[in-house]
Design a binder for this molecule. Sequence first.
Ligand code: PLP
Length: 391
Amino acid sequence: MTNKLDPQTLAIHTGIHRSQFNEHSEALFLTSSFVFDSAAQAAARFSGQEPGNIYSRFTNPTVTAMQERLAALEGAEACIATATGMAAITACVMGLLSSGDHIVASRSLFGTTVGLFNNILNRFNIETTYVSATDPSEWQAAAKANTKLFFMETPSNPLTEISDIAALAKIAKQIGVLLVVDNSFCTPIVQQPLKLGADIVIHSATKYLDGQGRILGGAILGKRDLLMDSEIFRFLRTGGPALSAFNAWIILKGLETLSIRVKAHSEHALEVARWLEAHPNVVRVFYPGLPSHPQHALAMRQQSTGGSIVSFEAKGGKEAAWRIVDSVRLLSITANLGDTKSTITHPATTTHGRISQEARAAAGISDGLLRIAVGLEAPEDIKHDLARGLQ
Ligand SMILES: *Cc1c(COP(=O)(O)O)cnc(C)c1O
């Protein structure tokens, strides 16, 4: 399949390798190992002289199909699938970094990523400096001789701050470090970081790539030499954070509808954001698709939509916010996102509850802040569900 085809077409037709049965829908290969025709073939496969499957910890036809399809959508040469999004980040940093190296990362990263960097990597003498998501000059200033990676995600969670991928890619190239972008929130339908100059894209496939809250999965995408002829693939092969064939099949089929799903999520999110902005009991709405967003122009330059995450500050602080959460009947009270079902979270007492009130305030996460991952229910019903508590 060539890259000239539309993403919607690539999402349906890339990665098809029919078996002897000529199945129309992609087959699911639930097998841990693969058999060889002869001792000589086994030897050739193990030595790498002959391509082909050996063992599903490192290759499996269903996983390969999913990797090819996601790579086509991101415009990447190669893709390595992993068991979870965190496994993708772990494989990436374990593959690219050594003791004594340094990371510059956005201050508004997914909490578990911060945990990995601060509590695990630091035990291996890999240090991370956190800088502003929105000010590229801070990244340049924080870089040192031993800096190997810039690590970011955009829009940020829960405040939807936008990082300028092209600007950070330029700085990264100048000083010779790799730019890694966690693209879980946007998916390749909304944003393609590799085209903006990023070196590596990370996905939690658990979110929109599956899209129905069923399975965990992850992926690393980028240039072939950076992923496959490097320590990243070796880490996958020996460290073992492999994606199961069954989960790969779920994601593979999920990708076929990714484009229409993500566009619908975005349309619903915009409608809910506009309605919230006009509500008298809402202090402020954070949504990159609204002209009131401080980085609306940048967001519209590097994203095709405003995305699916809407945060807002309710008038009346924590008490009001909790009342809204406790009044919902349709929205799910859970921190997960990327599902057909809308979810609502109170960041100050859940995802960001372990950091001090001062640190939260400095990060702009007020007690009245709520985050909604807008699902595929009718926007009218989502609004009604929120209106009850907002009154
Ligand atoms: C969920 C998430 C992750 C971690 O993914 P898992 O599949 O839960 O391991 C990483 N980054 C972002 C932005 C996420 O939302």
